[in-house]
Design a protein around this ligand. Structure first.
Ligand SMILES: *[C@@H]1O[C@H](CO)[C@@H](O)[C@H](O)[C@H]1NC(C)=O
Ligand SMILES: *[C@@H]1O[C@H](CO)[C@@H](O)[C@H](O)[C@H]1NC(C)=O
Length: 253
């Protein structure tokens, strides 16, 4: 009788979101950073997890997770709705230098990582310059947005999508901020982000990690159709308007 009662109590006590409070996501981010700096995996990986580097299936034991990196800057988004994190790593002093964006998704039942995707860029990739990425990043305001001023997840995501849709549809209305600053690889565009946006380019297979507390969504995608370049576009939205964009693109235009 007793095990049955205990089982029922456990069910009552663990709603499906219990594994996804902020603390678990914060710990995941810390474990990912430890992994990246030591090359020793600290993350709890599900047996059936998906691991990709630049949209290709990769090995957790021989891939980037096994390399100890000298990291100068990191910044993380926590998505409690999807139980996911996004971390940007900037490593200009590593040999070779890297800028890496990583989305991590947890299984809510076990709290284990069931998907980890990294976009990894280095010398030769589109506008790659980790030193300038770092110096522009350090000037940005990434403070939490006061609760009363926070945009909803739907507003943040719609702004990100409008920007991404513009590449294939010039009629889309994008909520441009003023100023709006874009760090594309290591190249700076500002105070207007509506420059150098090509047309006829499909940005597809979008995967989102959104954190309303900082008004930010990271979107991983294929740049230029399904077999396009592996890419991350991250947007900071304030008062419904796009203020900051970071892009990490593996490959050359
Ligand atoms: C990540 O960034 C935080 C500050 O935002 C810093 O305290 C921490 O040391 C950094 N971690 C690594 C591994 O660089
Ligand atoms: C382009 O965007 C406009 C404005 O949002 C929309 O009405 C139209 O359906 C879009 N066209 C295509 C082909 O998606």
């Amino acid at each position: 009788m007793l095990p049955v009662i205990l089982g029922a109590l456990a069910l009552l006590a663990s709603p499906t979101t219990a594994q996804c409070d902020v603390a678990i996501l914060q710990q995941t981010a810390v474990d990912y950073l430890t992994t990246a700096t030591t090359g020793q995996n600290k993350l709890s990986l599900a047996d059936s997890m998906t691991y990709t580097e630049n949209a290709k299936s990769a090995n957790t034991k021989s891939g980037m997770l096994s390399k100890a990196l000298k990291i100068s800057h990191n910044r993380t988004l926590l998505d409690t709705t999807q139980c996911a994190t996004y971390t940007e790593l900037i490593a200009p002093d590593n040999t070779p230098p890297y800028v890496i964006g990583t989305q991590i998704r947890l299984d809510t039942a076990s709290g284990k990582v069931n998907k980890l995707e990294s976009i990894i860029t280095t010398t030769g990739d589109w506008f790659f310059d980790a030193k300038s990425t770092l110096s522009y990043s350090l000037k940005e305001n990434r403070d939490p947005i006061p609760e009363a001023k926070r945009d909803t997840r739907a507003v943040i995501k719609a702004a990100a999508d409008a920007y991404l849709d513009l590449f294939n549809n010039k009629s889309v209305k994008v909520p441009w901020g003023n100023p709006c600053e874009r760090v594309e690889g290591g190249h700076y565009f500002g105070p207007d982000c509506n420059v150098g946006v090509p047309s006829g380019v499909q940005l597809v297979n979008r995967r989102y990690v959104c954190d309303e507390t900082v008004g930010t969504c990271d979107v991983m995608l294929a740049f230029g159709g399904a077999s396009g370049m592996p890419d991350s576009h991250e947007f900071r939205i304030e008062g419904g308007k796009i203020r900051l964009v970071h892009t990490i693109t593996a490959g050359k235009m």
